[in-house]
Design a protein around this ligand. Sequence first.
Ligand code: SF4
Ligand code: SF4
Ligand code: FES
Length: 264
Amino acid sequence: MSAAEELREGSPTEAPAVEARTTPGSARLIPVFVMGKRYEVPETLTIMKAMEYAGFKFIRGCGCRGGICGACATVYRKAGDYRLRVGLACQTVVEPGMYLTQIPFYPANRAAFDLSELSAKPEEIFKLYPELFRCIACNLCTKACPMDVEMMDVMSALKQGDIAKAASLSFSCIQCGLCASRCMGELPQYHIAQLARRIYGSRIVPRATHLVEAAAANRESRYDRYLKELMKADEEELRREYQEREIEPDMAGEDWVPKDTRYL
Ligand code: SF4
Ligand code: SF4
Ligand code: FES
């Protein structure tokens, strides 16, 4: 059997010989497997683009394409490597002999709650997610995370009742669910951490008074006059308005106001 045939028939644990092909005038093509079928794709592509190159169309499991929305969780194996790897399809670049599959949604229990009825006590989280205490600190969730969230430390902080620390540590979470896919304690870590952030944001952080004032001004239609003027403006005026806009300087003090106060 030729190396190419081996690759076509092989499984990732059989470590088939991986051949890459170069086509004149185009990128180097490498073999990958999607749902078990072999395709040749340019080696420079992300998993998402490689799948599209292979003819797949993303109706779900694709959003921002920039590593932010968490919609494109992917499971893969590399040729000859038994490890099940995870990543974001829009960020991970293909490798020769990769075996790929998409996780359109990772099922994880999500507790029902009314945020307005919750206090800032950690017991609220313990009641809604008692499985938190099944965490055995194996750290697999942290290793799976494409955003480098130290999810095991988030769970540890919550077990110790530190909602603020858990909220801060999990700030970069994009809710892709990959951490939950690896948890032998069957914790829905990303839902638990999101609850901590919601409690932190709504109950613990001091209220931003300037935001309250801006929201009130909006409700009173104070910006309507300017918005109407903008809607009447032609493209050239809009460009000029945009280019000449006054930008709040970095590290501006609390009392900074723009020179043009007509619309405040
Ligand atoms: S994978 Fe599960 S059990 Fe392991 S540290 Fe993370 S939350 Fe805990
Ligand atoms: S913490 Fe979990 S859900 Fe959040 S980005 Fe990392 S793997 Fe995804
Ligand atoms: S498509 Fe949004 S994170 Fe990949």
